[in-house]
Design a protein around this ligand. Structure first.
Ligand code: FAD
Length: 325
């Protein structure tokens, strides 16, 4: 069965995030010869390079470009996406399980009286139906869901669907227009100020390697060896809530049930006990390395590699050895 699939590009500071390519690759596979459409909603939408979107599977790119899309304004984004959906009539709408996707997907799905699946990590086909896999119980189990209806919405956890090899011979038509008249009266919320918190150079939710610290790090200064290790590895730095609550680092770094959900190739849990709420955010990492002085710490149950010892001895040794590689 061929399908029309609309993928909302996930943008950060005008750049297309990798999860977009992961969604487009999946869309290309699931379209079965149908049409894959990428959607860009941005204050600099016309200048974003759309070639890569085509390389990963987009046949067409719909662009909304307006100064008011500098920040996420729910009513504005919903109105534009609504108009794009009405124009292309997709069977499936994919967006990233980001702060925006989590808010926008149900809002727009409700407008179409459509079903929605959140935080999917896989999507396959079974007898013409799409089967979505999503983790439940803090990642301890997985459900497979099918959704009835003409149109289905899904939000996609980054780093789980595989971005295929880009086909640089592909190109896509681009349509830039005003998709919805957005008067100030029609918008019930607007942004007055944005206070940005930095998590360092590497984006935590898209990082391939994360070095994460817990209460065992003991202080803000205690994070220094973790930042040194992260720099050598080109990794992002994360944290447990224990470390954030103790004010060793900013809450922007928190990973877990009430923090960010990450799926890197390599996750270092340093001085983290491995509470279920922390595991909810990182247990799907491909390889987990735990460093903890307590051999009974629960983190070792999910770790692929465990080092029992004092992190302040081990982390600097690791950093020095990795510098030699
Ligand atoms: P601890 O449990 O105190 O563990 C510290 C570890 O460091 C210990 O295992 C210790 O052996 C080790 N250690 C100490 N010194 C050293 C050293 N020198 N060298 C090596 N190892 C050392 N937690 C999250 O992380 N993310 C969440 O999103 C989250 N959400 C929550 C939501 C709810 C509703 C609730 C109730 C809790 C939530 N928590 C969350 C908190 C969670 O239950 C734990 O309290 C928290 O994860 C513990 O953080 P920690 O592992 O850093 O600290």
């Amino acid at each position: 069965m061929s399908r029309t699939i609309l993928v909302l590009a996930d943008l950060r500071n005008g750049a297309v995030r990798n999860v977009t390519f992961e969604m487009l690759s999946a869309a290309k596979r699931l379209a079965n010869g149908g049409t894959v459409i990428a959607s860009i909603i941005s204050n600099n939408g016309s200048t974003i390079d759309t070639a890569a979107l085509a390389h990963y599977g987009a046949d067409k790119v719909l662009v909304a470009d307006d100064a008011q899309f500098e920040n996420y304004v729910p009513d504005a984004y919903a109105a534009v996406l609504d108009a794009m959906i009405k124009e292309v009539n997709p069977n499936l709408v994919l967006m990233s399980h980001s702060a925006i996707g989590r808010d926008l997907a149900p809002k727009v799905a409700a407008r179409f009286a459509a079903g929605q699946v959140s935080d999917i990590i896989d999507v396959t086909e079974d007898g013409g139906n799409l089967v979505f896999t999503r983790p439940i119980y803090a990642g301890k189990a997985f459900t497979k869901n099918t959704v009835a209806g003409e149109i289905v919405f899904a939000t996609v956890r980054p780093n789980n669907l595989t971005a295929g090899e880009p086909d640089v011979s592909r190109s896509a038509d681009k349509e830039v227009k005003v998709w919805a008249e957005l008067s100030a009266d029609s918008l019930r919320t607007f942004i007055k100020e944005v206070v940005k918190k930095s998590t360092g150079g590497v984006d935590l939710s898209e990082a391939k390697i994360i070095v994460s610290g817990g209460r065992g790090v003991k202080s803000q200064e205690g994070f220094k060896p973790l930042y040194d290790l992260a720099e050598v590895l080109g990794a992002a730095v994360g944290a447990s809530r224990g470390a954030c609550d103790a004010d060793y680092c900013d809450y922007a770094l928190q990973i877990g049930q009430t923090g960010k959900v990450v799926t890197p190739d390599l996750y270092f849990a340093v001085g983290i006990s491995g509470a279920i709420q922390h595991l909810a955010g990182m247990s799907n990492s491909k390889v987990i390395v735990a460093i903890n002085k307590d051999p009974e710490a629960p983190i070792f149950k999910v770790a692929d590699y465990g080092i029992v010892g004092d992190l302040f001895d081990i982390v600097p040794i690791l950093t020095e050895e990795l510098k030699k590689v």
